[in-house]
Design a protein around this ligand. Structure first.
Ligand SMILES: [Zn+2]
Length: 41
């Protein structure tokens, strides 16, 4: 299962799909390279 998270960067705001198993981890936005924490739920 995947969940959608949104990039917090004001100039980006892209949605990205991440694996639900990665909750609690941090991913890097593919567009602007900012670190995005994946919410626990
Ligand atoms: Zn971004």
């Amino acid at each position: 299962m995947v969940i959608a998270i949104r990039c917090p960067a004001p100039k980006c705001r892209k949605y990205m799909l991440v694996e639900a198993a990665d909750r609690g981890k941090t991913v890097t936005c593919l567009i602007c390279k900012v670190a995005i924490p994946i919410p626990a739920k």
